[in-house]
Each structure stands twice: as structure tokens, then as C-alpha cells.
Design a protein around this ligand. Sequence first.
Ligand code: PLP
Length: 403
Amino acid sequence: MNFSEKILKVKPSATLEINALANSLKAKGFDVIGFGVGEPDFDTPDFIKKAGIRAIESGKTKYTPAGGIDELKEAIINKFKKDNNLEYNKSNIIVNCGGKHSFYNLMQVLLNKDDEVIIPSPYWVSYPAMVLLAGGTPVILDSSEENNFKITPDDVKKTITNKTKAIVINSPSNPTGSTYTKEELKALAETLVNYDILIISDDMYEALLYDNNKFYNIANINEELKKRTLVLNGVSKAYSMTGWRIGYMAGDENIIKKVDILQSHSTSNPTSISQWAALEALTGDQSVISDMLNIFEKRRNLIVGKLNEIPGVSCKSPGGAFYAFPNVSGVYNSKGWQSVVKKYKSDYNSTILTSYLLEEAKVAVVPGIEFGADSNVRLSFATSDANIINGVGKMKKAIEKLL
Ligand code: PLP
């Protein structure tokens, strides 16, 4: 079969290999502790579920406008105004089938062959894939761990070319949890304003910001940048609604119109029932977010403390999201490492370590190379305190065996 060049450029995720290994261990009866998942472990709040049930019972089960129902667009406009001090009209808003779909659609309507999209690394694994699937070129811009995995204006200047179409800013970040301060965004804005490129601000983890820090968006810095910024957000992480598949985006109405056309010929509307549930999420009792945030913040402190007790491992405290991204390169220098390399053949140390931890400790973590950082691994702390204590304890024992 001759497949399209686009699909052949996209590799299956290494996480799948780890998952397959984890599942085969589970099938053999082993108790595997998983730190892989990228979703809150809480149930969708009851009042949101009930809105979905009401939508079904009242017959809101038919096609809606491709870009979403007006009621939800109004709620999104209010959310942007209230939480982000950003003013939009309905023509600036579109509802998509999840945050991933917002980004995917955007790439499809923006990119021509060889157009470049700057993606700061470590990155969410789907960004480069979605750029490739649209026929564009992902340009990976490495950030340093010393700078808390954040890019600087100088980094940006060195990376922009005349083919650059857009740059991605993801704060708080998956996988590092790092968050940009207002000052850092201002500095980036002062540089970006000089180039004719778009800014894609992926705010999916906006609600999960720790230490009482306030969220800022680069679109807040000045009007010129706001015109060139697409703000992507959704209900998946904030309201524990990953399965409902509702994301949304705000920006220039000409771009939004094109996304609407694309959507009308591809998925059509996001699920009607989910849209009504998302409306309830955005307009209902917001204390569900702070309740979840408080629990995540305690877990963050717990997991970072425990990871830093492991020899060869150092973990910065993430400012947001629910991922710890420890540096494990010290383990690659341990006495027993070469025997591990021989056993678990891979080009990447983080994949080797992940396989070792799974087999030896029965703990599943994600190799950092998936996100462009082979010195790290990612652990989601969207899991119980008991799993964190037990799982990281097992990791420690397995790593100590290599010393
Ligand atoms: N953006 C980032 C950075 C993410 O990590 C994710 C999901 O993991 C998404 C967007 C998309 O979320 P969803 O498509 O589940 O709404």
C-alpha cells in the first residue's frame, strides 16, 4: 500500500511501546503503578454531567452550527473577558473537538509546504506531528533546564527565518510544567512584535497554576500582538472532561472563518451534548477548579520531594500542570547502567531507563525523548498520594541497584 507522505512522516509514540509492555506485565498479574496518563484522575463534576444528561433528555442531540452553539461561544467570550481580560466577538471564537483539534485545524488552514512553526522544546508530543501532517516544518527550539525550560528573546531571534509562520507558547507546559511570568512574556513580546508571524498560545493548563501565581497571556501585552495571537484553551484539564472532547480557540476572524470551513467539511460540529456540558462547566460553580488545584499542589510537593531523594535524579518544582519532569541523566552515569543498556536496546537513554523501571520496579513513566529531552522522564501526578509514595519509592530502589 502506498500511504501518503504525510502519514509516513509521523512516528507512533514511544509511549505506546511502554504501554504495551505495561499491559503485558499487568496481564501476567503484576501490579504496575502508572505515571503515564495526561488527564486528571477526578471524575467530571456532577453538575456538568447532569447538564450533559439534560441535553440528551431534551433532544439537544442533533447537528449544531459547525463552529459551535452561540450559547457556548458567549460563555467563552465571557470567560476570556473575566479570566484573561481579553475582549472578543463571536466571529473571533470557534469550538473544536478538543484542544488537540483546535491546534490541528489551525495547522491545516495556515500551513503551506515548507512553512515553519517554531516549537520550544521540551514540547507536547503532538505539536510536531500536527505540523508535519499539515505539510509544514516543525522547527524545534531548545530551551535550557537552567532557564526552567523557558525560551528567551535571543533564542527566538536566532530561530525566526523568512519561512516562519508561527511560534507556539505553552504555559503552563506539558511536559515541564514551567510557566512564563508577565515580565518574561513582555520580553518575548517586544521581540515578536518586530516579526510578521503568528503566536499560538496554548493555555490548556491555565487553571492548573500553583503557588498563587497569576496567569498571563502574551495577547495581554499589547493590541498588535493580540491581533496576531491565537488563544487555544478547552475544558479537558480544567474540569476533568478529557473524554467529552471540547476545545476552543479565539483570534483573528479571518483565520477563525477558515477553521470553520475546514471543520464544516471534516468533523462538522463538536458533539452537541458535550457542548451543553461545556457551557455548564464555564458558567457553573468554579470552585471545582480550586478544589482540584489544591489537591494537585499537595501532590506536586510530595512527588518533587520524593524524586529529589533518588540518587542521580533532580527535579525542579513545576509551576503548573500536573507533570514532574525530573532530570535523570545522573543515572546514565551509574555503575550498572551499561548492563541496562545492553538489555533494553534503544537509541535513547530515557527509553532504556523507562523500560528498566517498568520491568524492575513495575512503575510506568514516559521517556523524555518523546518530548525532545533525553535527559528527563515525565511523571504525571494525576494519581493518588499512595501511588506517588509507593511508585516513586519503588523507582528509588530500582535506581539504587545501579549505583
Ligand atoms: N495542549 C496540551 C499542551 C496538552 O497537553 C493537551 C493534552 O494533553 C492538549 C492541548 C489537548 O487537550 P484535549 O485535546 O484533550 O482537549
